[in-house]
Design a protein around this ligand. Structure first.
Ligand code: ACM
Ligand code: ZN
Length: 767
């Protein structure tokens, strides 16, 4: 008995502190050297810090008071067990954390570095230490180690849209506190939009009296027909006192708040309060639905006076060096029809309405600069010429950021493809309704804010990255947390530890730490999503044979599956597929089913063993499955064009060649396109196919993508036309070619007007 117990203890202590097991640090430090032995933190430990490190020292004591029931007593540098030491050799925000058998030493060159050392120390304590009010004083054993750490990027941001839905300051503070835990240093506070103006401006009381409230809110998705509304007045705003309280709280968490005051677009709430700010002067309501609205600020003198007065109240509230002025999604229709706007374009010798937007932003920039601050704008501020000192937030992809960096402007990368946390994170059909898209945890983790298109010099302009949380479809705090966690853990690791250079090696390690981090999130009462126990399936092709591979991201799990209702088996290797197959599977942890039931249907059609080539590659943001996804026998989601089965092409005409290798009888070719005008996705109007015949000749047929009795009003988002390309006709050839012209530039009056349309195509089923 004794012997067995002894052995058990040996095994436990050997495995205790492996980096990704017991020590679940997120973001992962640059270097960690684990030593033997532990250090005990209890109420007898004494503390020394210089005034420069006061925020870090106070945070630690507040944290221990909250979770352990004691504070460390302050003493002299010589006598203290835990000391903060100034070390100018440490990089900005970096630190060394040394835990020996008798002492904890934190070295940093600045207050941020010391603060982040404390966050690391905190993550070495057990999750219970996060929980409030222990009944008795606690003590904790932590491993002896040396951590040397510093951030890869200086800007590590998280955004929250408090305009579409309003979140009170207690929640905003919790959100900010969670950024600090993950060594993120910037909170981008989206305060004004069409659906609500959320910041008190004393000079313009109607902004909040009227503009902070809407009569009702859309329920369900924007694309539902008919649209439904809840009939309930909705709103709220932050007083300047509230803002001061949040700013002070953020300072204690080493977080800078960048406020966003949107202009010239997303201004309907402001114009509803002061109609003279618009081009038409018409009284309009605060918006009750989502999207982009035509009513934007008119660049009149009185509008500039208004905006300067607003900014003059906003700027002193926020210590941030930046003010975000929006700049995105400003439809130019009203400017086109406005006599004042047209005269201004002429008088100022501007090229067009884009030139006018550029004039608008440059004028605001001059004002903001005169107050000692800099502007950030969404990437549309590149159109018509960039304001001289502006920082660009690249969201419609990476290109805006790349262009800005080449023009020597600072950039924050926040592309929809990797950093829009309002997009779906799982193709689980039970996910809460979201705007669309697909950004699972691994996609965020795979993000590299520095594009290969930039050389070393240009890359210096990429200050960092940020994830955005737009809240059209996120009505409450619990859902905010569900969308943010755990994806923010990946963004924190990308921006602090640096982008992964070996995804297949690093991601499993990350996921293991995420799994171990979840009890901490529980202790913090965070409503995180957990898709770690879900399965992922993939078609593999080898020597003309088709296999189906199942994987689950975390270690130590068992997969069991059944094919075409056969007996359930333990999964050990990819499954041979030779006919239409339905696969169901589950993940088991210690014999217990975890996660959700997995199901996949594979159509064993004639394309599955063919070769495919594309005239242009899919946009990197929507290329997850690669070209093979179009002939792998698996259809994409009916709701989520961003999954690994749909391929997205932005503005490109496309030709797809499918080569069967040998003459093949073909009865039909079927595919489908996604049509989501609200998200700039338009099915092509017509497609063509080159058909080969037995005698070696070919012809080309044109196929309209909608039946003639469909008119355009019937083509709404979520409606996915299934297009029979060929039916009832035999051809016998080795190659077919599909010609798919892009829909073109999105017309006025539609979401994304003036931009190139996206084409999304799914499985090409050949029978
Ligand atoms: C944005 O998502 N409109 C910046
Ligand atoms: Zn105008």
């Amino acid at each position: 008995m004794r012997k067995i117990l002894f052995l058990f203890i040996i095994i436990m202590s050997a495995g205790m502190f492996s980096q990704s097991d017991q020590i679940a640090l997120i973001p992962k430090p640059q270097s960690l050297e684990l030593k033997k032995g532990t250090f005990k933190i209890d109420e007898n430990i004494t503390l020394y810090f210089e005034p420069e490190f006061e925020i870090a020292g106070n945070f630690l004591n507040d944290f221990l008071q909250n979770g352990a029931g004691f504070q460390l007593k302050k003493t002299s540098e010589k006598e203290a067990d835990l000391i903060f030491k100034k070390d100018v050799s440490q990089p900005s925000e970096g630190y060394i954390l040394e835990i020996s058998n008798s002492k904890i030493t934190i070295k940093a060159s600045d207050a941020s570095g010391a603060f982040y050392a404390v966050q690391t120390l905190r993550q070495l304590l057990p999750p219970q230490a996060e929980t409030k009010n222990p009944t008795k004083k606690q003590s904790f054993s932590i491993p002896q180690l040396t951590i040397t750490d510093y951030p890869k990027f200086q800007y590590r941001g998280m955004h929250l849209d408090c305009a579409r839905h309003f979140f009170d300051i207690e929640f905003v503070k919790k959100y900010i506190a969670n950024l600090a835990l993950l060594k993120m240093n910037t909170f981008h506070w989206h305060l004004t939009d069409d659906q609500g103006w959320r910041i008190e401006i004393k000079k313009y009381p109607e902004l909040t009296a009227k503009g902070a409230f809407r009569e009702e809110t859309l329920i369900g998705h924007y694309n539902d027909t008919p649209q439904k509304f809840d009939g309930k007045r909705y709103g709220g705003f932050y007083t300047q006192e509230d803002i001061k309280e949040v700013v002070a709280f953020a300072a204690k968490h080493n977080v800078t708040i960048i406020p966003e005051i949107e202009m010239p677009g997303h201004a309907q709430a402001a114009i509803s309060a002061y109609p003279e700010l618009g081009c038409t002067g018409t009284q309009i309501p605060v918006a009750t639905t989502w999207g982009v609205f035509e009513d934007i600020f008119c660049p009149k003198e009185e509008t500039f006076t208004f905006l300067e007065n607003v900014l003059s109240e906003v700027i002193p509230l926020f210590p941030s060096e930046y003010i975000h002025i929006g700049g995105d999604e400003a439809p130019k229709l009203q400017w086109k029809n406005c006599a004042h706007c047209q005269k201004l374009i002429k008088d100022k010798n501007l090229k067009d309405e884009h030139g006018l937007q550029s004039y608008f932003i440059q004028r605001i920039e001059k004002f903001v600069n005169s107050k000692g601050k800099k502007i950030i704008g969404w990437d549309e501020i590149l159109e018509g010429g960039l304001a001289p000192n502006a920082t660009v937030m690249s969201w419609r992809g990476m290109q805006g950021g790349i262009d800005a960096a080449k023009e020597k402007h600072d950039v924050i990368m926040t592309p929809t493809s990797h950093s829009y946390f309002d997009y779906y994170q799982s193709d689980n059909p039970d996910e809460p309704l979201a705007i669309g898209g697909f950004v699972p945890l691994k996609k965020v983790y795979s993000f590299n804010p520095i594009s290969k298109e930039l050389n070393a010099e240009e890359s210096k302009y990429i200050l960092g990255a940020q994830a955005n949380l737009w809240t059209e479809y996120i009505p409450n705090e619990k859902q905010v947390e569900y969308m943010v966690f755990p994806r923010i853990l990946a963004m924190s690791e990308v921006t602090w530890s640096g982008p992964s250079e070996n995804l297949e090696k690093d991601y499993p390690d990350f996921v293991t730490r995420v799994e171990a981090f979840m009890p901490r999130l529980d202790s913090l009462n965070i409503n995180y999503a957990n898709h770690l126990y879900e399965l992922e399936g993939k078609i593999l092709k080898e020597d003309g044979k088709v296999f189906y591979e199942l994987t689950t991201p975390t270690k130590g799990k068992e997969i069991r599956y059944s094919i075409n209702n056969s007996e359930t088996k333990a999964y050990s290797k990819p499954i041979l597929i030779e006919e239409n197959s339905k696969i169901s599977a589950n993940v088991f942890k210690n014999g217990e089913k975890v996660g959700r039931d997995f199901f996949e249907e594979i159509m064993y059609h004639k394309g599955i063993t063919a070769k495919i080539s594309l005239s242009v590659p899919p946009n990197p943001a929507y290329a997850a499955g690669g070209k093979e996804a179009l002939i792998n026998g698996i259809s994409g989601s009916d709701k989520r064009y961003g999954d690994k089965e749909w391929l997205g092409f932005w503005g490109d005409d496309l030709e797809i060649t499918i080569d069967f290798g040998t003459p093949t009888d073909i009865n039909s070719v079927t595919t489908r396109f996604y049509n989501a005008p609200g998200q700039w996705i338009h099915a092509p109007k017509i497609i063509k196919m080159i058909r080969p015949f037995v005698d070696g000749t070919t012809d080309t047929i044109s196929i309209p993508t909608f039946s003639p009795d469909d008119n355009n009003e019937n083509i709404i988002e979520g409606y996915i036309p299934i297009i029979p390309i060929l039916a009832g006709k035999m051809i016998d050839g080795s190659k077919i070619v599909l010609i798919i012209p892009n829909y073109g530039i999105i017309p006025e009056g539609q979401q994304g007007a003036g931009n190139k349309a996206w084409t999304f195509i799914d499985e090409i089923i050949i029978e």
